[in-house]
Design a protein around this ligand. Sequence first.
Ligand code: HEM
Length: 196
Amino acid sequence: MSAMRSGTRDLHERIEQRIRPAEALGDIDSYRRLLERYAAYYRCFEEIVRRDRFIVREFGSERLEKSKWLRNDLRELNEAVPVVGDQRSSAEELTLPDFPTRSHLIGGMYVLEGATLGGQVLLRRYGPPRGLPEGAAVRFFEGYRDATGMMWQAFSQTACRLVEAEAEIAAAVDSARATFSSFGDWVVPNQLVTQQ
Ligand code: HEM
């Protein structure tokens, strides 16, 4: 697990800068957009994970609820503050990295599971955006709430048990890097990245 952390630290920093949470959680429309992008990515990724019954059994199916949380958050947000005008985004294609082996898949899970760790920090620091009813549309960023630390520990233990050999660890790190990059590109497309 420390190989995953050290092998992706630069990309975690980059994704934080790219998402610019102060702005992304700063107003309703940016937050709506962020939730939409997250929801699409998590839905596709969870579909891939769900195909591997062994992985679902080992890690627990409760880890595959996040796209549902995101959909519910979006519904609550749209009910509280309906979309004004036509804000449809152009039809872009979402392509996830390939996950040819279980080690690759676990590398991807590391990234999307790890995102629950920063959520509460983010909410405390920047959000939720003003204009939302108390507690609405923040389920995803609450992660596993009080169980977040415990869920992460359990994830790490299972990941370590299943990804052991050197070549497997290398595959998981490669895949985690590819997932960080593809997630960052999807959530904040290049044309929206401006120099800071
Ligand atoms: C946008 C702003 C973000 C902030 C402020 C943030 C913050 C954090 C914090 C504080 C931790 C450490 C938590 C702890 O050790 O208890 C963490 C860990 C982590 N975050 Fe983020 N995060 C952000 C975005 C993301 C995103 C978008 C992803 C993935 C898509 C991500 C993936 C991870 C992973 C994999 C870890 C675990 C690292 C490890 O211990 O191995 N983070 N984040």
